[in-house]
Design a protein around this ligand. Structure first.
Ligand SMILES: O=P(O)(O)OC[C@H]1O[C@H](OP(=O)(O)OP(=O)(O)O)[C@H](O)[C@@H]1O
Ligand SMILES: Nc1ncnc2[nH]cnc12
Length: 185
């Protein structure tokens, strides 16, 4: 992961640099699929925007399709929408088309990151409201926020963070960033 900052106080752990390495991306997909080896999955759902990258890599690896959940205003078909709040505290709207999900469809939802869990919980709601089954949830990191813990308690989750690094991720502060000059205070 490359260090980055979102504002003066906020360490943003940006995993997008790892996508530039074929090996790192392949390892990431392997980690995300590991707990689901014995679970039938019909479809991968990817969350706008960075979730599309891992979502499509995971879908291709599984030999399945990818359904995109979009931030509002991008789909020109009939949609169902869901209001949510993410780490920014702002109210947002996501939507999904109506002609793919139905009862019996077993779905793995993929996003890049789960911080407060607001985005993922809204995506789960959209999928379940259409009667499909959420087999599990995959993200590079699932923080131990209240929402992140709720997701881990209710759904099978996969992530790519080694156990010993999880506390650093939860604190938005990777010790490996300490020697780097553009790290958040
Ligand atoms: O758990 P939460 O607090 O809801 O935050 C998680 C969301 O935040 C990030 O996306 P973001 O909307 O920042 O940007 P993106 O469009 O680059 O994916 C991340 O990829 C998740 O989608
Ligand atoms: N702290 C964080 N680092 C990277 N991606 C995120 N998405 C939401 N919160 C994030």
């Amino acid at each position: 992961m490359a260090p980055n900052t979102k504002g003066p106080k906020y360490a943003w752990l940006d995993p997008s640099r790892l996508y530039c390495s074929h090996q790192a991306l392949a390892d990431c997909v392997k980690d995300l699929l590991q707990p689901f080896q014995n679970e039938p999955i019909d479809l991968v759902v990817g969350i706008d925007a960075m979730g599309f990258i891992l979502g499509s890599a995971v879908a291709t690896s599984l030999g399945k399709g990818l359904l995109t959940i979009r931030k509002a205003g991008h789909l020109c078909v009939e949609t169902q929408s869901q209001v949510y709040r993410d780490y920014s505290g702002q109210e947002k709207l996501m939507e999904v088309r109506l002609d793919v999900l139905k009862p019996g469809v077993r779905v793995l939802i993929v996003d890049q990151w789960i911080e407060t869990g607001g985005t993922m919980r809204a995506a789960i709601r959209l999928v379940e409201q259409q009667g499909a089954t959420v087999v599990g949830v995959a993200a590079i990191a699932v923080e131990n926020s209240a929402g992140g813990r709720w997701i881990k308690e209710h759904y099978k989750c996969s992530h790519c963070i080694p156990e010993e690094l999880q506390p650093q991720v939860d604190q938005h502060r990777l010790l490996s960033f300490l020697n780097l000059s553009n790290q958040a205070p």
